[in-house]
Design a protein around this ligand. Structure first.
Ligand SMILES: *Cc1c(COP(=O)(O)O)cnc(C)c1O
Length: 485
């Protein structure tokens, strides 16, 4: 293997006087004083000076070190890293949207407000809920908003209660959101199928419990098939059911949380409804609710009056504002474009292909990798490194070696109830060929673990940066080029 050339920092290829563009000499008198002290800088110390060729090649080479969903499978479980159609980007970048000023009065942005109302209606239909707020900027923000709505509704009934029940397989944001909303969290155990144990739920579900936060399908990729009974148990004791719907791609068009007894839920538009994410880009975590919670919706609520959309601020029981302006509007445009271009049939196919692809991977790798929970998969499947551990190989070694095979590693060590977890979500957008490339790589790695584990301990081999000390990288990040250790 030819060793990759190290890409220097742009500062290191800088040489005084180099320019990317040369302008012809001025043929009019120079008027420097016009901008002096306003927008014209004297110079920036240490600013890199490079030629056009150098800067183009520098950034092109860096961009080719990236892995992305446009390159191949990105099987990061619970993250739904699917391919995002380019048409969504084109529409979100349309000047009619990008030129909207966020402070424009409602009368001037009727089209934008109509887009928001249309998306709300689509999400209500897909999720079986009575209303949606599109303000929350992420899944965790949706959870907090949803828990605030639950608190407000229970306070209105005269009893805010103290506790929230959360299964041990839950995403870490669930307990955090409940806690920030002032609730104490009680964990409920999963049974051997990986789903909520009904007996423990019946025991824990008392008059002190405000809500159960349930993820369905849960983070093991298993459908909570007792969900209707679960909701009955919670409702019988006066509690509400919150569903974490971050990964709705196993359900869309097939079943609706609202029909399963869910009272409040969030959806991650940046996972299920096709917005590129990762790296902390903008997201949206709309919250859907049943009718009882409508009076508490965040302000303002967009309502239609006499054929016009107006912002209703007069909501005395509202939990208040949760986000500036109208949320992350660009993400909302992409989600609506995605839903409308798929149509009802396509929305259902999303779920069918998501489930088919995950089960194809689960079946193909069964035996090569340990499966703690044998229950059929929905959108993802969770293996562990148990069989490879016998040869001293861990899930970290497997993940790093996948990079050499040209695949992004899956989510690792989550959910916590599977030790050494490898959580694989292929998503619905992958072809049979791409799934097979991944499966072949995983099988090759399983063989290497038996025959040559050292090659896994030393992986990745084909990257510029090799195995990092991840603790040091997180605790002592070097973010300035002139502060090299
Ligand atoms: C991603 C995810 C979240 C959190 O969503 P963010 O947008 O990252 O805040 C919550 N629950 C589950 C199950 C998730 O997969």
């Amino acid at each position: 293997m030819i060793k990759e050339i190290r890409e220097p920092l742009v500062f290191e290829i800088s040489a005084a006087g180099k320019r990317a563009a040369e302008l012809p000499p001025l043929d009019v008198p120079e008027k420097k004083d016009l901008l002096a002290g306003v927008a014209l800088r004297d110079g920036i110390e240490g600013f890199p000076e490079v030629s056009e060729t150098e800067i183009t090649r520098h950034f092109t080479r860096l961009s080719q070190k990236n892995y992305c969903v446009d390159l191949g499978l990105y099987p990061l479980g619970s993250c739904t890293m699917k391919y995002n159609p380019k048409i969504n980007e084109r529409l979100a970048a349309h000047p009619a949207f990008t030129a909207t000023h966020p402070l424009a009065p409602a009368g001037l942005v009727q089209g934008n407000l109509e887009l928001i109302k249309t998306l709300e209606a689509c999400l209500c239909e897909i999720a079986g809920m009575d209303a949606f707020t599109l303000f929350p900027a992420a899944g965790a923000h949706g959870e907090l908003t949803g828990m605030m709505l639950i608190r407000a509704a229970l306070e209105a009934r005269g009893d805010a209660r103290k506790l929230v029940l959360i299964p041990d397989s839950a995403h870490g944001t669930n307990p955090s959101s409940a806690h920030i909303c002032g609730y104490a969290v009680k964990e409920i155990k999963s049974n051997e199928r990986g789903t909520i144990d009904l007996a423990s739920l019946e025991q824990e579900m008392t008059g002190e419990v405000a809500a159960l936060m349930v993820t369905n399908p849960n983070t093991l990729g298993v459908f909570e098939s007792d969900i209707v009974r679960i909701a009955e148990i919670v409702h019988a004791k006066g509690g509400l059911v919150y569903m974490d719907g971050a990964n709705m791609n196993a359900l869309t068009g097939v079943v609706r949380p609202g029909d399963m007894g869910v009272d409040v839920m969030h959806i991650n538009l940046h996972k299920t409804f096709s917005t590129p994410h990762g790296g902390g880009g903008p997201g949206a975590g709309p919250v859907g609710i049943k009718a009882e919670l409508i009076p508490f919706l965040p302000r303002p609520v967009i309502v239609e009056k006499g054929g016009r959309f107006v912002l209703d601020e007069d909501r005395p029981r509202s939990i208040g504002r949760v986000r500036a302006y109208y949320g992350n509007f660009g993400v909302l445009i992409r989600a609506l474009a995605y839903i409308l271009s798929l149509g009802p049939k396509g929305v259902r196919e999303v779920a069918e292909f998501a489930v088919l692809n995950a089960n194809y991977i689960r079946k193909s790798l069964e035996g090569e990798y340990d499966l703690k929970y044998k229950t059929a998969s929905m959108h993802e499947c969770v293996f562990s490194d148990k069989l490879q551990k016998e040869h001293g190989v861990t899930n970290l070694d497997i993940a790093k070696r996948l990079i050499d095979y040209g695949v992004h590693p899956p989510t690792m060590s989550f959910p916590l109830i599977v030790h050494g977890a490898l959580m694989i979500e292929p998503t619905e957008t992958e072809s049979r060929r791409d799934l097979d490339l991944f499966i072949d790589a995983m099988k090759a790695i399983a063989r290497e673990a038996r025959e040559n584990p050292q090659v896994l301990h030393d992986a990745p081999h084909a990257t510029y940066v090799r195995r990092l000390d991840e603790v040091a990288a997180a605790k002592f990040p070097v973010l300035r080029w002139d502060k090299k250790p």
